[in-house]
Design a protein around this ligand. Structure first.
Ligand SMILES: *Cc1c(COP(=O)(O)O)cnc(C)c1O
Length: 413
């Protein structure tokens, strides 16, 4: 059977040499790949006053954040820990967007101390900020228009806990104006892992029209419009990359038609992709322990869903390359499983692979975003190390593996 392949950033020899002295499982990120994705995104949107705010939750490692910083990104944070990470990586002021929800006061306090841009998930937060802390000069509101933008993951927005409906959006800007806020942002995240350009363009058109309505109703020229994250990546080898140059040109036409031709001050365009930047540039390297021949054929590996949750949580597909067997026929069908005491602990189901044996190395593709970061400790499983495959082709540890002492460190016994 001929199946499509996915490429690795390192040669088989490079990774096999590294594996001689390195314990599996581990994550490895491709520095050059991350830099290239950011460069491409910035180039595509260079017609606008554009900024990408890397979604920290996708890959919350300061070395990765540092790379995005060097490439001119800001960061999008949603929690105390993410704010601290952003701070440690050297971000401040308008380079930090704080897109939180159900936010504790202590996190607003931290965000304000970094002079970050607050992106409010509810207008109820306006009075809390006014009374307990203060309102900065620039504030953004997260909009949830309801309805459905054709995205499978987000679906019906009336079931979404995020953002405020139209009436609250208008009320919110009015209240902010009353309290002396001078500059305003509009934010929405209406698609996720979206591979259909039409849906992405539709979101931009919708938000530009909303900006025009805000101008008509309140006289406000928005400082920025944040189109959210959510550009998809081709997880399956037969899926196609988004043509972001095409998307950008279509969005440019709408920007001119709806905003410029109606006399609005040109707002900045922000995005906050995680997956699009780091997703294709992360790999999970694992080793086969056992092959089990039962009702189905099972490949037991040294990683499990605590290392990579997406397959169990979303039935997500992650392509697998078997080192040293790239050119062998994939005429076995396996479930690739971990050792959790949960039957959904399967990192691949009914997957065509070459005949495997104990000791084979399986590399999972496209795990750079929402991979390691979604890890957990169920069954006492430990979080793996993270490495950077640097632009000069070296493997550099950027997070050590958890030890059993780390795991027990919060217990008194
Ligand atoms: C998770 C998230 C993102 C990033 O999503 P990707 O799919 O990684 O692009 C951006 N913005 C918000 C508000 C999010 O919650």
């Amino acid at each position: 059977m001929l199946t499509l392949k996915k490429e690795l950033p390192f040669t088989e020899q490079e990774i096999l040499d590294f594996l001689e002295n390195t314990r599996t499982p581990f994550y490895v990120y491709d520095e050059a790949g991350i830099r290239n994705r950011i460069k491409k995104l910035k180039e595509a949107f260079s017609w606008a006053n554009f900024k990408e705010y890397f979604a920290v939750k996708a890959t919350p490692n300061p070395f990765i954040l540092q790379i995005t910083k060097e490439e001119g990104c800001g960061v999008d944070c949603s929690s105390m820990a993410e704010l601290v990470l952003a701070q440690k990586a050297g971000f401040k002021n308008e380079d930090i967007l704080f897109t939180s929800n159900d936010t504790p006061l202590s996190e607003y306090e931290k965000a304000l101390s970094l002079n970050a841009v607050l992106n409010l998930d509810d207008i109820g937060h306006i009075n809390i900020l006014k009374e307990r802390l203060y309102l900065p000069e620039l504030v953004s509101i997260r909009y949830n228009p309801g309805g459905d933008f054709g995205n499978e993951i987000i679906g019906n927005l009336e079931e979404s806990k995020f953002g405020v409906p139209k009436s609250d959006l208008i009320k919110g800007y009015k209240l902010l104006q009353k309290h002396g806020v001078k500059k305003f942002g509009l934010h929405a995240m209406l698609v996720s892992n979206e591979l259909n350009p039409r849906n992405i363009i539709m979101v931009a058109k919708f938000l530009f029209n909303t900006a025009f309505e805000i101008k008509k109703e309140l006289g406000i020229d928005l400082d920025f419009i944040d189109l959210g994250g959510g550009f998809g990546i081709p997880y399956k080898p037969d899926e196609e990359e988004l043509d972001i140059y095409y998307i950008s040109q279509e969005i440019k036409k709408l920007y001119e038609e709806i905003l410029i031709n109606n006399g609005l001050n040109p707002p900045k365009i922000y995005m906050e992709h995680g997956r699009y930047i780091s997703g294709p540039n992360g790999y999970l390297v694992t080793k086969v322990f056992h092959i089990k021949d039962s009702f189905k054929k099972y490949v037991g590996i040294d990683a499990n869903s605590a290392n990579l949750l997406r397959p169990a949580m979303y039935k997500a597909y992650h392509h697998i390359t078997v080192l040293n067997k790239k050119f062998e026929d994939e005429n076995e069908t396996y479930d690739v499983v971990g050792s959790l005491c949960e039957n959904n602990d399967k990192l691949a189901v009914d997957r065509a692979l070459p005949k495997l044996e104990s000791g084979d190395i399986l590399v999972f593709h496209d795990v750079g975003a929402h991979g390691h970061s979604m890890g957990f400790n169920y069954n006492g499983k430990l979080r793996s190390a993270e490495y950077l495959f640097t632009s000069d082709r070296k493997f550099k540890m950027i997070r050590r593996a958890e030890t059993i002492d780390d795991y027990f460190s919060t217990l008194n016994f």
